[in-house]
Design a protein around this ligand. Structure first.
Ligand code: AHR
Length: 486
């Protein structure tokens, strides 16, 4: 098998926002409790209750933004239950019916973001909340006044406002967030967002609860009725290998199901393009961002775990889906300004799995590590010619970008069985070599608590400079980052 990649360093395009590499943490299973937050009194090393190992791991992949508190949980969450002393205990009806003690609330989330060095993206409650409640939450977070609401913040230990920028007005309001029609939600959005004020120099970036997958009607209605009042619209689209009733095992799958998984993941291209076409009609200047704030592989839960906790393992198949999806988002960087893979720790396609005081980094984590050079870089045109794999999916997928004079190419060989010889050429660069880093393994490979480093990034040599550019052979099921010289 052989392939050609031609990138053009003379025509830098849109900036790939670092927020495309964003994350999502919901009050669901062991994502927050046990995964990110263990409390100050835990034996697990922590700083103010946040697990040190997980925080350090996420900092290494330069986590740019974290969405919280849900998900479906957001439309049941009342922020005042999560501040101060004597916090209310509630039933988490969406996720396992467990009691949520609200010990992780606004102050803890903002502390976590500070430790991670990332921006906060908070999703407010439309489904069961009030306009006043949402409006006062923004005031509590962002106002520098001495209003009674701000004095409560001071009393709870925080004098300075945090200046949260990204604000979601509800989650999945077509489903768990209220089962609304698009037309009804559009009116609710207009009302709620009116009362979410910007304070001081901080301008709130308001994100409307957008469509499920290919619900183009929802997008049309929002763009038609709310466009001047929105900075972003969310989109949720998961990759479910089989069906919603039986999604398939995270670890056991055959070659056909692997290809089906890739085909379904690649459907992101059709769905993003479809929404983009509608958005372009109403917003040709591309002021409104498409925020894919939930995506990733959704498999059956690991046998023996709580079905409401959505705990799944993560193999090289998930890594391939991550690379394929990130390349789609990068190509649409002019419209897609943020995405948040679901979810950061112990839930769905996570970066990190934990058990007690132990932590494992997933293959997906390593893909995020390999892609960090694309953050805030200029997208370069990049044509890839490689054999067809399944449907519209080619064997290779790639992203090229440039930042501070450094040109980076990430290339993924999606084939589970075939290696691929690749020739790389670049307009505007005389390629003389490249530094390489690679993630590769058999498609079922994963990291476990018994074997934490089965899949990990290694140095990649074997890059040959030829008269025409570079030549290399990519093993089956691999992602490589090349820092190009020339
Ligand atoms: O990520 C899990 C759930 O998936 C979220 O709570 C919800 O928004 C979506 O349906």
């Amino acid at each position: 098998m052989s392939a050609k990649i031609l990138l053009d360093a003379t025509r830098p395009g849109a900036t790939i926002s670092r927020h495309i590499y964003g994350h999502f943490a919901e009050h669901l299973g062991r994502c927050i409790y046990g995964g990110l937050f263990v409390g100050k009194d835990s034996n697990i090393p922590n700083v103010n209750g946040m697990r040190t190992d997980v925080v350090e791991a996420l900092k290494k992949i330069k986590i740019p933004v974290l969405r919280w508190p849900g998900g479906c949980f957001a439309d049941e969450y009342h922020w005042e239950d999560g501040i101060g002393e004597n916090r209310k205990r509630m039933v988490n009806t969406n996720w396992g019916g467990v009691v949520e003690d609200n010990s992780f609330g606004t102050h803890e989330f903002m502390e976590l973001c500070e430790q991670l060095g990332c921006e906060a993206y908070i999703c407010g409650n439309v489904g069961s909340g009030t306009v006043r409640e949402m409006s006062e939450w923004v005031e509590y977070l962002n106002s520098d006044s001495d209003s009674t609401t701000c004095q409560r913040r001071w009393a709870n230990g925080r004098k300075e406002p945090w200046g949260v920028k990204f604000w979601g007005v509800g989650n999945e309001n077509w489903g768990c967030g209220g089962n609304m029609r698009a037309e009804y939600y559009a009116d609710e959005y207009r009302r709620f967002q009116t009362m979410c004020r910007s304070y001081g120099a901080n301008r709130l970036y308001k994100i409307a609860g957008g469509p499920n997958d290919a619900d183009f009607h929802w997008m049309e209605v929002l763009m038609q009725r709310c466009k001047p009042m929105m900075d972003g619209v969310s989109l949720h689209k998961y990759t479910v290998p089989k069906t919603w009733e039986d999604k398939g095992s995270a670890t056991e799958f055959d070659g056909d199901l692997y290809l089906t998984t890739l085909r379904k993941a690649y459907d992101m291209e059709r769905v993003v393009s479809g929404h983009e076409t509608i958005m372009d009609r109403y917003d040709p200047e591309r002021k409104v961002g498409l925020i894919v704030d939930e995506w990733g592989c959704w498999h059956n839960v690991e046998p023996g775990t709580n079905p409401g906790f959505l705990y799944q393992q993560n193999t090289m198949r998930d890594a391939m889906v991550a690379a394929l999806s990130l390349d789609i988002f990068n190509r649409h960087a002019a419209r897609v300004t943020m995405t948040n893979i679901a979810q950061t720790v112990n839930v769905l396609q996570s970066m990190v799995l934990t058990e007690g005081d132990e932590m494992v980094l997933t293959p997906t984590y390593h893909v995020y590590d390999l892609y960090t050079p694309h953050m805030d870089a200029a997208l370069l045109p990049c044509s890839v010619q490689s054999p067809a794999l399944t449907g519209e999916v080619q064997q290779l997928t790639a992203t090229a970008s440039q930042k501070d004079g450094v040109t980076t190419l990430t290339v993924t060989n999606l084939s589970a069985v075939d290696g691929c010889e690749v020739e790389i050429d670049a307009v505007g660069l005389s390629l003389t070599g490249a530094e390489g880093r690679i993630l590769t393994g058999e498609v079922h490979d994963m990291n476990t608590f018994e074997d934490k480093e089965k899949v990990t990034i290694k140095a990649f040599d074997g890059i040959e400079a030829t008269e025409k550019g570079l030549k290399l052979t990519l093993p089956a099921c691999s992602v490589v980052t090349l820092t190009l010289r020339g």
